[in-house]
Design a protein around this ligand. Structure first.
Ligand code: ZN
Length: 166
């Protein structure tokens, strides 16, 4: 993993390198306590790093798969290579207890680059955001407009980076 040192973090969202972006969460220095976007970006990076332990930790216990961190990490390592995350919109309820994020991930497998549009759901519990599940519907004609709004993504990113500029 040494090759990523001076490059942008896998998530590509904050303009920082891995160590000062998602690495801070993976090592437990920062918690996903500000925004559901923290969970999404750090989980994406955890897939890139084959970090099954972090993925299980940020997965709400009611939805978490019944596997071990070791097994999960190995599965990820043997899967496709994650190449890109693009976030389209973040919808958070006014109480900031529930959220949805619409995004696209690209990964490379034996057939080439595969792109997948997703909508993930998150909850805030015990002072932290958790990933719960995938929503089945990713169709923008029936989803709230916030899920296709760069402004919502910027607003959440501001919350994450505010006051901790390296
Ligand atoms: Zn990152």
């Amino acid at each position: 993993m040494a090759a990523i040192k001076k490059n942008l973090c896998h998530c590509g969202l904050t303009g920082r390198d891995y160590r000062s972006c998602c690495g801070l969460y993976h090592t437990g220095v920062k918690l996903t306590d500000k925004s559901p976007l923290e969970v999404l970006m750090t989980r994406y990076s955890a897939f890139c790093e084959s970090n099954g332990e972090y993925l299980l930790k940020t997965w709400h216990p009611d939805f978490r798969p019944d596997t071990t961190a070791k097994k999960f990490s190995r599965e990820i390592k043997n899967g496709g290579k994650w190449v890109k995350l693009k976030v389209y919109g973040v919808l958070v309820n006014p109480e900031r207890t529930e959220a949805m994020i619409r995004y696209e991930v690209s990964y490379r497998d034996s057939t080439g680059i595969v792109r997948s549009m997703c909508v993930s759901e998150f909850v805030f519990e015990d002072g932290r955001w958790f990933y719960t599940d995938e929503a089945e519907n990713t169709d923008m004609s029936t989803l709230p407009p916030e899920l296709d709004s760069a402004d919502t993504v910027r607003a959440e990113l501001d919350m994450i980076t505010d006051g901790s500029k390296q």
